[in-house]
Design a protein around this ligand. Structure first.
Ligand code: P1T
Length: 385
């Protein structure tokens, strides 16, 4: 369906990229569970499709939907968030250098520093909240800046506009992993980024039932090059996954509003809790980049990071005691999760880097779901008590 340029997020979330099926009128995009498409004669295809690794109608609807939500011209979907990240790295050549945000998902750190480094791509970790550090790390070999904001797990906020302007000055590409914020809260392309990446496994999927990734861009050239990589490497999502995601994006705005509302209340509560040393949440006035978050995002998200009083034993006790907050990796689902980054999601980050970033034994990450917030607070209080 053509959604008008003035349609608001909730309308676009439900309608963009989707129209009733021309053969039946089915209002929902069908699961085109097919690998191939019959041709009238060799090379003479019937519609737009010849093979589902190259393109598939269910995936095309999802790619158009996500592109619309990020305000992008083009969208491409991948089998996971790291597959999407890897596709961007495949734009580079041996000898190129990347500036990577110092605080990123552990799997992203591993991909840059332990897979692509073996192919001659050098990664320098930089605090993306510090423009001087970015400028200082830049040289003529630098081709890409990759950052997350808010970061995983310490929720630092980088000024996308500022980093984009540094990137432009140096003729360097800027890719922003927008997984934590989602397109509902922040649109990095409108702030000057060249590529947006999502792990659709998280808020976009929203129900902890699929793994996926996406790349969005306004550049025809980048889109063509990334599409070629998608086709050639074949890390495409399954069709059922695409259907599930199309179902999920229809409620993204509603879910995100509740995630933000619940997280704000939980953060406020924990901020006054005697067993909690420190709460990091971009919505708290005590967050170092609170003002920037207010300007750059239209909500503060559902992720909270806390330092509890004590060490590993106390953290372990808390993670074992929560009942509603399930101890599990991942985030962004309707159900609340709790995890220990040093042991779980960021275990692959070298210990010295973890220490430098403050990913210590008493740091705990919460993905606040959309359950009743009083029940969530009670659950945390019980576990902390
Ligand atoms: O798991 P996958 O879909 O491949 O996405 C990787 C990824 C990319 N970017 C960010 C910001 C992420 O948080 C992730 C995955 N993160 C977790 C599994 C986690 O618990 O933090």
């Amino acid at each position: 369906m053509e959604v008008s340029g003035t349609a608001k997020f909730g309308t676009r979330a439900i309608h963009a990229g989707q129209s009733p099926d021309p053969s039946t009128g089915a209002i929902m995009t069908p699961i085109y569970q097919t690998s191939t498409y019959v041709q009238q004669s060799p090379g003479k295809i019937i519609g737009e499709y010849d093979y589902s690794r190259a393109a598939n109608p269910t995936r095309a609807a999802l790619e158009a939907n996500l592109a619309n939500l990020e305000g992008a011209k083009h969208g491409l979907c991948f089998s996971s968030g790291v597959a999407a990240t890897g596709a961007v790295l495949h734009l580079l050549s041996s000898g190129d250098k990347v500036l990577l945000g110092d605080d990123v998902y552990g799997g992203t750190n591993r991909l840059f520093n332990r897979v692509f480094n073996q192919m001659g791509i050098e990664t320098v970790m930089v605090d993306m909240t510090d423009p001087d550090a970015i400028n200082a790390a830049m040289d003529e070999r630098t081709k890409l800046i990759w950052l997350e904001t808010p970061t995983n797990p310490t929720l630092k906020i980088a000024d996308i506009k500022q980093v984009a302007s540094i990137a432009k000055q140096h003729g360097v590409m800027l890719a922003v992993d927008n997984t934590f914020a989602t397109p509902f809260l922040q649109n990095p392309l409108s702030l000057g980024a060249d590529i947006v990446c999502h792990s659709t496994t998280k808020y976009i999927g929203g129900h902890s039932d699929s793994i996926g990734g996406a790349l969005l861009t306004n550049s025809d050239d980048l889109h063509q090059r990334l599409k070629f990589i998608q086709l050639s490497e074949g890390a495409v999502p399954g069709i059922m996954e695409c259907f599930l995601l199309l179902r999920s994006t229809k409620t993204l705005h509603v879910r995100m509003e509740r995630h933000c509302e619940n997280a704000a209340k939980v953060a406020e509560h924990l901020n006054n809790h005697p067993q909690v040393e420190k709460v990091i949440y971009p919505g708290l006035a005590s967050h170092p980049q609170h003002e920037l978050a207010k300007k750059q995002m239209c909500g503060f998200g559902g992720m909270i990071t806390i330092y509890i009083k004590g060490g590993l034993d106390e953290s372990r006790a808390m993670l074992e005691k929560t009942k509603l907050f399930a101890c599990a990796e991942s985030l962004g689902g309707v159900e609340s999760l709790i995890e220990h980054p040093a042991i779980m999601t960021h275990a692959s980050v070298p210990a010295d880097q973890r220490e430098q970033l403050g990913i210590s034994d008493n740091l705990i990450r919460l993905s606040v779901g959309i359950e009743n917030v009083d029940d969530l607070i009670e659950d945390l209080d019980r576990a902390l008590g």
